[in-house]
Write a protein that binds this ligand. Sequence first.
Ligand code: CTP
Length: 394
Amino acid sequence: MKVLVGVTASIAAYKAAEIVSQLVKAQAEVLVVMTKHAISLIGEATFRGLTGNDVRVDLFEPGTRQPVHIDLATSQDVVAIAPATANFIGKVAGGICDDLLSTIVLSTTAPVVIAPAMNEAMYFNPAVQENLAILNRRGFYIVEPESGWLACGKEGKGRLADPKKIVEAIFEAARKTHDLEGRKVVVSGGPTLEPIDDVRFISNRSTGKMAVALAAEAASRSAETVLVTGPIAIAYPYGVKVVEVETSDEMRKELQAEWQDADCLIMAAAVCDFRPRKTHEGKLQRDTGLKLDLEATTDILAELASEKGERIVVGFALETQDEVERGKQKLLSKNLDYVMVNNPLVSGAGFGSETNCGYLIDKHGKVEEIPLMSKRDLARKIIDAVTSDLKARG
Ligand code: CTP
């Protein structure tokens, strides 16, 4: 495994030596890149000695034809920033690349582990918390700092996590990078639009954030990933085939086609349960009045899961009461492997929020309570479960 360890200018920089040493002992090939300020806290010679490789600091090196960062960024299995200062985290969140290390982070497609270390007031500053949330949403592996004695002479949260924990996170990130290689994962997302006339429609408040997080996670683990989505206003993830649809019928047709050779379907779309029986041509005039005659749409999830065989199907369920019981019933009646039940009335779990919580139920009746967490973290949990099931099925 090739690991690039980035060292930034936190007092905890000396602990990077322990991290690098543990990685080398575990047979990783380690290259250290330091920021200029980090050099005043720990010497390059330490890392050169531990890794046997030259330490890189400069963006421009004499005698090289290509910019150094492209080479370094594309040849790694994992990039790990430990310790990561508030400044560095802010730069990465903002897409700034004004030195070698930040340029590498911006240009790598390898998973990136970030281990923050700073004073407690800085760590809890809303700017830092928001920047960490941005990185989490983008799929960075964040190793939370610990509470304890800080270099500023106070107790608090902000101490670099235990080197052992950081090394474990690096190995976990590397392991997951290819664990869906050769698999096809289809994710549905967003709302559907059911037309009343040529300008009006029935829809719902789905924003597609959960589906985008799921597709991003699957793609980052090398799955061939397809996102079939109703109209949403967020950026599509890198490396994902996107199929845009509007109505539930279009979604059904596209999913049927993609499902043929897929290994897993995750139905995160908020498919409208009803649609107008008749769509009026042109625009209905206000003074003609309007009575809507609605009919039920096809339950796409139940239809596709009925022919799933050994493949894995994950559904979502919105329930405002008896969530676990109703979730179990839905899982059984729709022939699912997993159902993620959430209650939109719980704060932080509704449409459009950055977080979710609820219960992840599997077909054996195991219920895992999901505390409030980012949609990306929940996506990771669901994809972890799917991956280990696929592995077990061979
Ligand atoms: N779903 C679907 N096709 C529909 C409606 C829903 O595939 N026409 C899928 C959703 O993508 C979700 C799951 O079914 O994964 C559950 O949706 P939910 O609205 O909670 O439940 P319903 O089965 O529609 O039942 P009800 O609304 O009566 O609770």
